[in-house]
Design a protein around this ligand. Structure first.
Ligand code: SF4
Length: 428
């Protein structure tokens, strides 16, 4: 959706093996994250304040998944708004009143900023405060930006959760807080696992209902489920929470290390952890062994898109035998990637940021068996005989945890298998 220069803090660069690139890029904007956030937070409504382009993006990204009345919409800024000739706040109030008339039981309304609302400097924080006053506390209104300027699409979740994190009630109660959107089925699996280990008080952020926000404070140990939540982690640590350092729960090895980080923070003894993880870990390893022959020795490159690139490359190399050639991620956050550092595979070219043309030139020269990239460049690469995997699919799919380890490997095996089944050797 956007082309531009990605901002980053070079001070966060911790490892000399990372090369920073700045230039043209091809990524979706943060509005895309509404697709999975609105599925997770079931009593919230996402109102994008943007243009027709924004409306088309959200509608087409989410369209395939809507089976009921959607809980998102776009308040479209018209020419008169953009020219400063209309009072956008009056119009916003009118649209919000319409939404509430249709959904009187709505508990949380997210006002989602966009490029156009930022260009005309529409103050959505003030609008949220005004709407809250109007609705006398019966409606939580939270503003955040999903703008495509200098962001990538998973940052929409970080922006949403960091805004909501300020709203969490305070408490010093001892608890584990898992942060990052997880499919409900995975949330249930992790709860069972943590409970079996002896961690009884487990909360999730975001949860399924926005009314039941977790309490946070000095007793809260935060375990990130996705590494693209650096701003949210900063808000939570500012509120007294402790951020646990761990690899991400992708694959059997990653999941085990992730739950072990929580166990260590709660002084759970090793025997209890072993007993809790033994069966799901054995199942995951067995299922992965069955898929490994299809992936072993195959080469893979990642163009920067989802911010899942680093733990995915680690999983594919260590547990599936794939050889990552180049791994690029839109942003390198040394804090949220600290737990992955020891496992970064050798012999890989690591890039932070994007300069699309040189990246494509390197890809054409190395011709990996599989390239993980954004939707916009997958088709042209396929036309050049390069097999691709859409990175956005990895964000929409339930991939975390022991029981999903083989499903995750299968997502990479499938395009390689399809190529063989089609017998299109000449094509590639
Ligand atoms: Fe395009 Fe910006 Fe709207 Fe995203 S927020 S759809 S990048 S105009």
């Amino acid at each position: 959706m956007t082309a531009g220069v990605i901002a980053c803090d070079p001070a966060e660069q911790q490892s000399p093996r990372w090369v920073t690139e700045r230039g043209q890029r091809a990524v979706f904007c943060g509005l895309t994250s509404i697709v999975w956030l609105h599925r997770k937070i079931q009593d919230a409504f996402f109102l994008v304040v943007g243009s027709r382009t924004c409306a088309h993006l959200v509608q087409s990204a989410a369209g395939v998944m809507i089976f009921a009345e959607p809980r998102f919409a776009t308040a479209v800024l018209q020419d008169r708004d953009l020219a400063g000739m209309a009072d956008c706040h009056e119009e916003l109030d009118r649209v919000v009143a319409e939404v509430l008339a249709r959904r009187p039981n709505l508990k949380t309304l997210f006002l989602v900023g966009s490029c156009p609302s930022e260009v005309i400097k529409l103050d959505l924080d003030n609008a949220a405060a005004r709407l809250r006053r109007q609705h006398k506390g019966s409606l939580r209104v939270v503003a955040y930006s999903g703008s495509g300027i200098e962001t990538t699409f998973t940052q929409g979740e970080d922006s949403c959760l960091s805004a909501l994190a300020h709203e969490l009630p305070s408490s010093n109660v001892d608890q584990l807080l898992v942060v990052g959107t997880l499919a409900d089925v995975i949330e249930d699996q992790f709860t069972r696992l943590f409970n079996a280990m002896g961690i009884a008080n487990v909360a999730y952020f975001p949860g399924r209902q926005s009314e039941a926000l977790p309490e946070v404070g000095a007793g809260t140990r935060v375990l990130l489920a996705q590494q693209y939540l650096g701003d949210t982690a900063r808000v939570l640590t500012d509120r007294g929470c402790t951020l646990l350092e761990a690899p991400y729960p992708l694959g059997a090895e990653g999941t085990e290390a992730w739950v072990r980080a929580a166990a260590a923070a709660f002084d759970i003894d090793d025997t209890a952890v072993e007993m809790a993880v033994a069966a799901p870990k054995a199942r995951a390893e067995k299922a992965l062994r069955a898929l490994r022959p299809e992936l072993d020795g195959r080469t893979i490159s990642f163009l920067p898109d989802s911010q899942l690139e680093v733990p995915l490359a680690r999983f594919l190399q260590r547990e599936c035998g794939m050889q990552p050639l180049e791994v690029a991620t839109p942003f390198y956050d040394g804090r949220t990637l600290a737990g992955e550092q020891a496992w970064l595979p050798d012999g890989v070219n690591w890039f932070e940021g994007q300069d699309l043309d040189p990246a494509l030139d390197r890809l054409r020269a190395s011709r990996p068996d599989l390239t993980v990239c954004g939707l916009g460049i997958a088709n042209p690469l396929e036309a050049e005989g390069l097999r691709t995997k859409w990175s956005i699919e990895l964000v929409f799919s339930p991939i975390q945890g022991f029981d999903q380890a083989a499903d995750l490997a299968e997502l990479f095996a499938r395009p390689l298998r399809r190529e063989q089944q089609l017998e299109v050797g000449a094509w590639s």
